[in-house]
Design a protein around this ligand. Structure first.
Ligand SMILES: [Zn+2]
Length: 182
């Protein structure tokens, strides 16, 4: 279970051999992941098990755990993102083969015979990052008043009372649809 993860391997062959790997990888060694993070400090823990199911189908089961630092898309500050992913893949050579898989499997499309097993770990971390990560509202550092003013500069200027401190707030209330009748 603790054998060294190969740099390149034929995944079907690893499944025939019943190989298993457990280890840790530093984020800075994952070149596709690093640009999505605010810090490359830290590492991910992983388990990869290659075997065959009852039908003799090649099966790769994995677990990846990490705490990533990503940028909140509301306040633009770093935020922690815990990843605890479990996956089950089977290598396929084409779409047709992928469509015929039992539902519990995710197809692993192989363009070449060999793959870098660490790519499976890296892919899982990348997939775990939402398109626009955000802090929970209470934890977010965004200044809602400044946010509202930046959104409505022409309204404040055009109304002739640009100094009115509540102009932006009123507009915000109208926009969200729960403003009270005037
Ligand atoms: Zn935030």
């Amino acid at each position: 279970m603790l054998s060294q993860l190969p740099e390149q391997a034929d995944p079907r062959r690893l499944c025939e051999q019943g190989k298993g790997y457990q280890g840790r990888v530093a984020f800075r060694d994952l070149a596709r992941l690093v640009p999505l993070l605010t810090s490359d400090e830290g590492e991910a823990a992983f388990t990869l098990r290659f075997d065959q199911d009852e039908q003799g189908r090649a099966r790769i089961r994995g677990e990846v755990r990490a705490e990533l630092r990503v940028r909140c898309q509301r306040c633009m500050q770093p935020m922690p993102l815990a990843v605890d992913a479990v996956f089950m893949l089977t290598p396929v050579s084409g779409l047709r083969e992928a469509e015929q898989l039992p539902g519990e499997y995710e197809p692993l499309m192989l363009e070449e015979r060999l793959l870098r097993p660490l790519d499976l770990v890296e892919d899982e971390l990348i997939l775990a990052i939402p398109p626009a990560p955000r802090h929970p509202e209470a934890a977010c550092e965004v200044d809602m008043r400044r946010y509202a003013r930046a959104e409505a500069p022409e309204a404040a200027a055009g109304s002739g009372d640009a100094e009115h401190p509540f102009a932006a707030l009123r507009r915000l209330k109208r926009d969200t649809g729960n403003g009270e009748p005037e």
